[in-house]
Design a protein. Structure first.
Length: 313
């Protein structure tokens, strides 16, 4: 295992944060203008814009930090983005459970994503430090990814995420009652001298908890590519901040790619094996990127060319 590095310049960190803040502001403005009613065409254009921005940022890394760093960024980005697709389908179920109106969905996604930006930095920093101090933790992460991959492959179709069983939702109900109706964009309302949480606040908490659960899988996966804090974090964040537009695209396409979850599980299995063999076998970054992209492309193509009977019906 190569030593942990944080070799990029302060200027690159500054450029990263400036781009992220500006892009989030523009994204928020566009989605708020639509009041949450975004067509698949518009969502598709926004997704293309986010992906293009990530590609350009990777080009800047290539120019100022070198091709190896850029390939590590691209591989981490593609890996995190592919894992985020599965997360989006969970978000769709959460919004359906809480019956969140279209006009409130952008705000719920915004707070969920902002929370992920903060929490994932803590996760990534801890993961990098653990690998730096205790090299054997790479095997723990690898085993965790293998377990997740096998669990995903064996999961039955009817074993979907149930928001009502979320630990954080049960905990909230112990400390505060939850209103059954919405009160605009408010997270809390006061009624008869008592404070109540709104379904919007409950939904945001469940989104945050689900993202933490996904981070347990996705962050070790990216750490199999690189242990550079900047590259791990920037690839993660560029994937995460585009999730709002990705949600609106996938919400209109849910169920159209039935084999995608199998492709994601194979990717997790691959990176898990890569971590377990990291001291014996060095897989070039370009090869890892090609394998991940290839698996995604095959799972999407198979979903379109050979859909199961339930989808054809």
């Amino acid at each position: 295992m190569e030593p942990v590095t944080t070799s990029v310049s302060i200027a690159m960190w500054a450029a990263f944060w400036i781009i992220v803040i500006l892009a989030l502001f523009i994204d928020l403005t566009v989605l708020n203008k639509h009041h949450g009613k975004v067509s698949m065409k518009e969502a598709g254009l926004m997704v293309c814009a986010w992906v293009s921005l990530a590609l350009l940022f990777g080009g800047a890394i290539w120019l100022f930090e070198g091709p190896r760093h850029a390939l590590e960024f691209y591989t981490g980005y593609v890996l995190e983005y592919s894992l985020s697709i599965d997360n989006m389908f969970v978000f769709i179920m959460i919004f359906g459970y809480f019956a969140i109106p279209h006009e409130l969905q952008p705000k719920a996604l915004l707070w969920g994503i902002l929370g992920a930006v903060v929490l994932r930095f803590a996760f990534i920093f801890a993961g990098v430090q653990l690998i730096s101090l205790f090299s054997w933790t790479i095997y723990v992460f690898g085993a965790l990814l293998l377990f997740t991959a096998v669990r995903m492959l064996l999961q039955k179709e009817d074993e979907n995420f149930d928001p009502s069983q979320s630990f954080i939702l049960k905990l909230l109900r112990k400390f505060m009652s939850i209103k059954t109706d919405y009160h605009g964009e408010n997270f809390f309302v006061k009624d008869n001298a008592h404070w109540f949480a709104t379904p919007l606040f409950a939904a945001v908490l469940v989104i945050e908890m689900s993202d933490l659960i996904f981070a347990v899988d996705s962050i070790p996966a990216v750490l199999s590519i690189t242990q550079d804090t900047f590259l791990v974090y920037s690839s993660n964040i560029f994937a995460i901040i585009g999730l709002r537009s990705l949600y609106f695209l996938l919400s209109g396409m849910a169920g159209k790619f039935p084999y995608l979850k199998y492709g994601i599980s194979v990717i997790l299995f691959f990176v898990g094996v890569k971590m377990l063999l990291s001291h014996m076998v060095k897989v070039p970054i370009s090869v890892s990127l090609g394998i991940i992209v290839g698996i995604l492309a095959l799972s999407i193509a198979a979903s379109k060319l050979f859909p199961p009977q339930s989808v054809r019906d």
